[in-house]
Design a protein around this ligand. Structure first.
Ligand code: NAD
Ligand code: IPM
Ligand code: MN
Length: 358
């Protein structure tokens, strides 16, 4: 049956990276029997400009009925002064929430060809293969109450609420354990239980769920230490499970271990395993429109889509190998450049991956 994929390019570099990812999907369709139908629509600042909303109802409806969504990036300084609910980022957050995409998989793998692109020493990152499982529809991103207000003296205050229910913790913990079970059977849960009640509950519930997974070695780490350990000795980790805000921050740290944030893909899955796929990075306004953005994070997100939503493990591996082969050819976008390599534009990098799919 033909799988329907909705492409939401968004803002900044979003259209440039989605163009390359779409070309990869089209090449798989043409040459490798992938049965898909692609449709594109508006989200983020682009949608706001056209419709007055960062997530128009039509986009949400199409996302609901699609078999998978490919998301570029949203945001830009020109929209930063809008009321929060109209900002491009709200469109992304609403999509995640409305589609129930609670489980965010952010794998950080070092392609050996990029060992020297990382700012960390080669021996620290060589062979890195880490999975961060981030809770994506709860925690401080969505907790109520939230507001900016004034006190009785007219002084401004602002409040956000970090709230997790045991049900929310339980289901993300299960995703973490299931993934760890298929990897090296080590799960590290990251929290701030020494200070926060919400983190103590997190730790208690993760321990309870852990009873059902005696074959997985569970450990706990405070988030400040985890940030340090990720840079000191990242290979000590196999699978990390953590909340929404901590996962956001730790995954950008993990990105640098792989050479560049332009290399990190992600999958956001619901309880049925339906998903939205997007690079971990943002709309990179500083380099948008120049044809220099690294499209590999988005292309690797397509590989995750092939694996998790389209059940084409074979094609997922083909894409991942093609990325390695393109790097072997010596092509590098600016963010992963090192000596004696050839500078590639966004289009050349995407084109090289497509050539290597054969
Ligand atoms: P960013 O990830 O967009 O960029 C951070 C830095 O990394 C920039 O210097 C950028 O040029 C570079 N970079 C990012 N992706 C790259 C790539 N593929 N190739 C080469 N270089 C790359 O983060 P930011 O600057 O903090 O945020 C910019 C905007 O993006 C903001 O509006 C923010 O809210 C938004 N944002 C959106 C998403 C998303 O849509 N998923 C994620 C993060 C940030
Ligand atoms: C990400 C982004 C988003 C987040 C923003 C743009 C809402 O930083 O996907 O990592 O914080 O989740
Ligand atoms: Mn982020």
């Amino acid at each position: 049956m033909t799988a329907r994929i909705l492409v939401l390019p968004g803002d900044g570099v979003g259209p440039e990276i989605c163009r390359e990812a779409t070309r990869v999907l089209e090449a798989l369709q043409r040459d490798h029997g992938l049965d898909v139908e692609l449709e594109e629509d508006l989200v983020g600042g682009a949608a706001y400009e056209a419709t007055g909303e960062p997530l128009p109802a039509a986009t949400l409806e199409k996302a609901r009925s699609a078999d998978a969504v490919l998301f570029g990036a949203v945001g830009g300084a020109q929209w930063d002064e809008l009321p929060r609910e109209l900002r491009p980022e709200s469109g992304l957050l609403q999509l995640r929430s409305e589609l129930g995409l609670f489980a965010n998989l952010r794998p950080a793998m070092l392609y050996s060809q990029l060992a020297h692109a990382s700012t960390l020493r080669h021996d620290v990152v060589a062979g890195l293969d880490l999975m961060i499982v981030r809770e994506l529809t709860g925690g401080i991103y969505f907790g109520q109450p939230r507001s900016t207000r004034t006190d009785t003296h007219g002084r401004r205050q602002a409040v956000n609420t970090m709230l997790y229910t045991e049900g929310e913790i339980e289901r993300i913990a299960r995703v973490g354990f299931d993934i760890a079970r298929r990897r090296n059977k080590r799960l590290c849960s990251v929290d701030k239980a020494n200070v926060l009640e919400v983190s103590q509950l997190w730790r208690d519930v993760v321990n309870e769920v852990g009873q059902e997974y005696p074959d997985v070695e569970l450990s706990h780490m405070y988030v400040d230490n985890a940030a340090m350990q990720l840079v000191r000795a990242p290979k000590q980790f196999d699978t990390i499970v953590t909340g929404n805000l901590f996962g956001d921050i730790l995954s950008d740290i993990a990105a640098m271990l792989t050479g560049s944030i332009g290399m990190l893909p992600s999958a956001a899955l619901d309880e049925q395993g339906r998903g939205m796929y997007e690079p971990v990075h943002g709309s990179a306004p500083d380099i948008a429109g120049q044809g220099v953005v690294n499209p590999l994070a988005t292309i690797l997100s397509v590989a995750m889509m092939l694996r998790h939503s389209l059940h084409r493990q074979d094609l997922a591996e083909r894409v991942e190998h093609a990325v390695g082969d393109a790097l072997d050819r010596g092509l590098r976008t600016r963010d992963i450049m090192d000596d004696e390599k050839q500078v590639a534009s966004t289009g050349e990098m995407g084109g090289a991956v497509i050539d290597m799919l054969q």
